[in-house]
Design a protein around this ligand. Structure first.
Ligand SMILES: NC(=O)c1ccc[n+]([C@@H]2O[C@H](COP(=O)([O-])OP(=O)(O)OC[C@H]3O[C@@H](n4cnc5c(N)ncnc54)[C@H](OP(=O)(O)O)[C@@H]3O)[C@@H](O)[C@H]2O)c1
Length: 315
């Protein structure tokens, strides 16, 4: 990637896309292509084809997609399946047709079986049943991973790279409880409890499941590293995590400390827990010479700083 290479960041207004945009700009890349959802609906195959024909991007970070928590995934599985498959398929095909040099696609840790050996290695894909609460979204992501391999195999290239970041968090995350992931939901609930002066906050589940989180800035950094080193990648997906997981209870305690909520945390054990652990084995990616640099505490402080400046004002 040269500083004047044409780089398309699809989904640049989202959690990851905004972090990649910031990272590219800070490194002096000056030919970055972005377009909003309103201006280009990536579900529309003809519009995507026309856009690539006109703009001829050389590198693509495919951060556009529909993401959400358990409630949204259970309520709108067909929408999750259709939106994600359509966006990725349109962008893969247009990238192939218009000779994109390299593209990075993002899968998700929910592609792996729900009862998986831990830490989860790349080769465990399709070795067991996936979690049913997010099966439609996961199926779309599995299609994306296989599509990357298939384009590379059929056209004898190594153009498409599939990364599997574990749960991401950071500025520009979605804090709407219907659509949010666990960490942004924890921040919002605990912040509201503090502002409301409540003496306790009730959180979903037992607090026992363990999850691994990676700061969006680190995923952006890893993505730019992957693009620069694309020639060293094999034709398989690469896990991307920190190697450290926390129980939801530990997370709630850390968030309470950062938010300065002094009340109690009560667990609603009637609500589902999901998989007991989801820790990725990211050694394949780390062995290429990259490592994350943000601790959970640092990332959460930055995220909470962004949240408290931006969201409560508009809510
Ligand atoms: N968040 C995580 O924890 C996580 C973990 C692993 C993998 N991933 C994957 O990483 C990628 C980025 O995730 P994210 O959390 O950054 O997502 P996000 O914050 O929800 O951002 C998604 C982006 O895609 C755009 N978009 C959605 N539908 C579109 C459409 N039909 N046409 C054009 N643009 C559209 C959104 O624009 P609007 O907001 O304007 O609709 C937004 O810019 C996704 O593929 C996701 O599956 C995410």
């Amino acid at each position: 990637m040269f500083k004047d290479s044409k780089i398309y960041v699809a989904g640049h207004t989202g959690l990851l896309g905004s972090a990649i945009l910031k990272r590219l700009k800070s490194e002096g890349y000056r030919n970055i292509l972005t377009i909003t959802h309103k201006e280009l609906d990536l579900i529309d195959q003809k519009s995507v084809e026309d856009f690539f024909k006109k703009e001829q991007p050389e590198y693509v970070f495919l951060c556009a997609g529909l993401t959400g928590g358990i409630i949204a995934n259970k309520t709108y599985p067909a929408t999750f399946l259709h939106t994600n498959i359509a966006i990725q398929d349109n962008i893969f095909q247009a990238s192939h047709t218009y000779n994109v040099k390299h593209l990075i696609f993002y899968g998700s840790s929910c592609v792996y079986p729900k009862n998986c050996l831990q830490p989860i290695k790349e080769e465990y894909l399709l070795t067991g049943e996936i979690e049913d609460t997010s099966d439609a979204y996961a199926a779309a992501k599995i299609v994306g991973i296989i599509a990357c391999k298939s384009y590379n195999n059929q056209y004898k290239t190594n153009r498409f790279i599939a990364l599997i970041p574990n749960s991401m968090y950071g500025p520009m995350d979605n804090f709407d409880l219907e659509n949010s992931h666990v960490l942004s939901a924890l921040i919002k609930k605990i912040h509201e409890a503090k502002i409301g002066g409540w003496d306790k906050v009730i959180l979903w589940g037992s607090g026992n499941p363990r999850r691994e989180f990676i700061f969006s800035k680190d995923v952006a950094d890893a993505s730019v590293f992957a693009m620069k080193n694309a020639g060293r990648f094999q034709n398989t997906q690469y896990n991307l995590g920190t190697g450290i997981d926390y129980s939801i209870r530990e997370l709630a305690e850390i968030v309470s400390r950062i938010v300065e909520f002094k009340g109690e945390i009560e667990w609603d054990t009637g609500k589902p827990d999901g998989a007991s652990r989801k820790l990725l084995d990211s050694s394949k990616f780390l062995n290429l010479g990259w490592k994350p640099s943000t601790t959970l505490e640092e990332g959460l402080k930055t995220t909470y700083g962004w949240y408290s400046k931006n969201i409560p004002k508009t809510a």
